[in-house]
Design a protein around this ligand. Sequence first.
Ligand code: GYE
Length: 346
Amino acid sequence: MKKKIMAAVMTAAMVAGLAGSTASVYAAEDTITVGFSQVGAESDWRTANTESMKSTFSEENGYELIFDDAQQKQENQLTAIRNFIQQEVDYIVLAPVTETGWDTVLQEAKDAGIPVIIVDRMVDVSDDSLYTAWVGSNFKLEGQKAMAWLDAYLEAKGRGDEEINLVDIQGTIGASAQIGRTEGFDEAVEAHENWTTLAQQSGEFTQAKGQEVMESILKQSGDDIDVVYCENDNEAFGAIDAIEAAGYEVGGEEGQILVMSFDTTNAGLTETLAGKITLNTECNPLHGPRVEEIIQKLEAGEEVEKQAYVDEVAFASDDTVTSVTIEDQDYEITPITQEIIDGRAY
Ligand code: GYE
């Protein structure tokens, strides 16, 4: 867009010169064009993420944002990126649906001299010079925290030696958020002789699919399920509906089905406060300002971190377990309150 903007600036300059005002000239000259390829609108987390990007890259902040919703399809993201290249945007921001399959299109962006910033999920590319920077969450650590909490929680409830049957409703297969959270789950199940994975299936990060998957698992082994590990809040909402409709109770006590989740959206934490989601591990979607900081540094010719993780916490429905330790590092688990929910932005 640079060339077109410069032309506009010159025209505006001439007009402004005549009108005796230069305000619009500066505004146009400074405009940074950002093409953002968003995964879709599959979850509350995603909506909060889109909102954060749109409010950051606004006209009044000096940006022109070209937003593309890929409806959870990589082919749509490839098309969007190629369109951004054609439009000669200043920056491409990509929230990739899955990790693989990006080498060719990112090479095209690189050849066009357009910096690419990856946000949220990661890309798995053979050459990391194909993107400029990445900012997002440590999804494996999120999974590890959740499972360390489960271990401590069952222990505290006197169920440490009991046979525990778990279900994992996974995210979109191949997405970093799925890969990391599933790894955290699998490693913990493997480390416990008395824990068994009854079912492990994708709910595609949506409420509808989460419910559908849970319904079919309940039909097969409803009476045996102790724990349902949902890889995001929306899947948890669907799973809870399915569990209750099948006549079971959700919650942390023996005889109930314990539901765990990720994202800590407002709706998710409300279910945590209600005791329906016993642990909700944070995943922060407010990446707009973080991406903007990277762009501003690049504009100023400064170095940027290649990969940056966001700090995150976890909230439990009660205070049975208030911290967990992973690789010698302590992580706080906060009992949820209405004040905490009210004070959060998403
Ligand atoms: O957990 C889920 C969303 O990639 C972290 O994607 C993100 C995940 C998030 O659909 O709700």
